[in-house]
Design a protein around this ligand. Structure first.
Ligand code: UD1
Length: 352
């Protein structure tokens, strides 16, 4: 298949491009080389054309394309509200221009990088009230070291449960809001154009080539960078936060399967959670990584960030049924390997 891959010089895009070529696809690779991800004066990666979805003409590069695999985005939590226009501009305006160009050229298949962050706080079970969203986290409780959320109805203890794709959106950050909007724009495009789209909602992605510690990096990159500096990973809250760490090779596999199967899906947007299926606490993750590095063990600091969610764990069952995707790399192996995997060097962080 002829595949247009955006964000092809990025962490995940690099792995998708390599695997897609290995599986016999022809890849047209594009990247805007964003300063936030690549630094101020990034040298272009061989074979990856510089193109900014917000400004540049897209019709020519879409000619003859069967599927667009759209990974280009501004990622991470960001620094503060001053990042909002950039998230909207890159992620939403950029994608809207891409979809309009696909409509002009007649490309009707899309694979979209989405994220678990669309679900926000996740879902829980209350012994009395059943399936509930958690009550908003309270500063006084967090200050007292009480990190687990409570039932919104009775205030009692609740337990996290696996999230399916039908869980309501509850974006809590600028990035999350932009990913929800990207899914909505893709749905609208499907309706208008009889398009087929697959949105892959990634869990916490890690692996070789991940960006080093920046305000836009996730916790795996932050911990890996601490290890490179021979420092302890600093685990916030009490380390009991549940996540699912999924290897970038598995994320690339899910994308290539989606590229190959989107044409067999129904019209409209189909979302799939992409996870390892083997969740763990953040402390276990930090211990696995630090243990494999032979360096200092993690420290649990008790600090917290207001925008963080406590537990969020996705079920990958639908991706197995719909794409034939099952993660190949267990976190216990992949996270140990991350201790010596190379990182991409960091651009200078923006200060608030
Ligand atoms: C992360 C990604 C998000 C992705 C999602 C998929 C970032 C910034 N976030 O969200 O883009 O879509 O996974 O599930 O890339 N923490 C520490 N020490 C630190 C930094 C963070 O303990 O130095 C803790 C946080 O308090 C939080 C957990 O690690 O509890 C995860 O943080 P982070 O990776 O930033 O965010 P996620 O919500 O998992």
């Amino acid at each position: 298949m002829r595949v247009l891959l955006t964000g092809a010089a990025g962490f995940i895009g690099t792995h998708i491009g390599r695997l897609a070529v290995e599986r016999g696809h022809q890849v047209i690779a594009l990247d805007a080389y964003l300063r936030q991800a690549h630094g101020e004066h990034a040298a272009p990666v061989p074979g990856v054309h510089r193109l900014d979805l917000r400004h540049d003409s897209l019709d020519d590069v879409l000619s003859g394309v069967d599927v667009v695999c759209h990974q280009a985005a501004m990622v991470g939590n960001g620094v503060d509200a001053q990042d909002l226009p950039d998230y909207a501009d890159h992620n939403d305006h950029g994608q809207a221009r891409l979809l309009a160009a696909m409509a002009r050229v007649g490309v009707r298949h899309l694979v979209l990088a989405s994220s678990m962050v669309v679900y926000g706080d996740g879902r829980y079970t209350c012994p009395e009230h059943g399936d509930v969203p958690p009550a908003a986290r309270r500063v006084d409780a967090l200050d007292a070291g009480l990190f687990d959320p409570r039932c919104p109805h009775c205030g009692g203890e609740i337990t996290w449960r696996l999230i399916g794709e039908d869980t309501p959106f509850l974006p809590r950050t600028s990035y999350a809001a932009s990913k929800v909007a990207q899914e909505h724009y893709a749905s609208a495009w499907c309706t208008l154009e009889h398009g087929r789209a697959i949105a892959l909602r990634y869990h916490n992605v890690y692996g070789p080539g991940m960006p080093a510690d920046t305000p836009y990096a996730g916790v795996a990159a932050i911990f890996r960078s601490a290890i490179a500096r021979e420092e302890s990973p600093r685990v916030f809250e009490d380390g009991g936060q549940m996540r699912d760490f999924v290897h970038v090779h598995d994320v690339a596999l899910a994308n290539v399967l989606a590229i190959e199967k989107v044409g067999q899906h129904d019209e409209g947007l189909t979302p799939y959670n992409i996870a390892s299926g083997q969740p763990c606490t953040l402390l276990t993750m930090a211990e696995t990584l630090a243990g494999a590095s032979g360096g200092a063990p993690p420290v649990v600091t008790g600090e917290y960030r207001r925008f963080d969610v406590r537990h969020v764990v996705a079920s990958p069952a639908a991706a197995t049924a719909g794409l034939g995707f099952t993660a190949q790399i267990a976190p216990v192996e992949g996270l140990a390997a991350l201790a010596s995997d190379p990182l991409r060097s960091a651009p200078r962080p923006r200060q608030p």
